[in-house]
Design a protein around this ligand. Structure first.
Ligand SMILES: [Zn+2]
Length: 219
């Protein structure tokens, strides 16, 4: 099974990615992890990526594609019949096209792109009300999942904090960037009839039930 998971920040992508990968026994491949690995191990690709980042430039599509293609040669991908769930890739239509080519070289194609849909105002509410415990990493929500004592972790009494990424101006910007980037990508997969939109407003387990229903149909 070969899955691309799309969804804005705050749509619950991490949770769904984990469940899909456990249920269908495919590796969870996030571009963030690939970048970190390459840089940590100082690979030639990692060195190139670092040069761009040091200059404050975006890592070019070609380089991102190279890193993903290399990652897709690992044992966990090969041993699952060229299976994967990609998270954070593709980000552009160029990258999506490149993924088609990579798959074609292996005589396979993408199973589906799963798009978690959540309305903008709800996303903003979800993310800006998030508070995190720096010690145990438990996540709280100021309205729907409040700590017993305001501002304090239930488990270890540590003061909760808000990630800079979760502040409203940052969130609005991240979501805007996401939408600008993703619209063409969604159209790309619509053209290929490879996209499934899932209502991300539901409870996490219902979102997963919907995903499972779709995936059982393609298997
Ligand atoms: Zn805690």
């Amino acid at each position: 099974m070969r899955i691309v998971l799309l969804g804005p920040p705050g749509a619950g992508k991490g949770t769904q990615a984990k469940r899909i990968c456990e249920t269908y026994n495919i590796p969870h491949i996030s571009t963030g992890d690939i970048f970190r690995e390459n840089m940590k191990n100082d690979t030639p690709l990692g060195q190139k990526a670092k040069e761009y980042m040091h200059k404050g430039l975006l890592v070019p599509d070609e380089l991102v594609v190279e890193m993903v293609e290399e990652r897709l040669t690992y044992e966990d991908v090969l041993s699952t019949g060229y299976g994967y769930l990609l998270d954070g890739f593709p980000r552009t239509v160029f990258q999506a096209g490149a993924l088609c080519d990579i798959n074609a070289k292996k005589d396979c194609e993408l199973t589906l792109a799963i798009n978690l849909e959540v309305p903008l105002d709800i996303l903003i509410e979800r993310v800006t009300n998030r508070r995190i415990c720096p010690k145990c990493h438990e996540t709280y929500h100021l309205k729907y999942n409040k700590p017993k004592i305001e501002g304090i972790c239930d488990f270890d009494g540590t003061a909760l904090y808000q990630r800079d990424d979760d502040k409203i101006e940052t969130v609005q910007k991240r979501i805007q960037i996401y939408q600008d980037e993703t619209m063409p990508l969604i159209e790309f997969y619509e053209d290929k009839q490879k996209i499934i939109n899932i209502n991300g407003l539901q409870h996490m387990s219902d979102v997963f039930k919907d995903i499972k229903k779709v995936l059982s149909g393609v298997n």
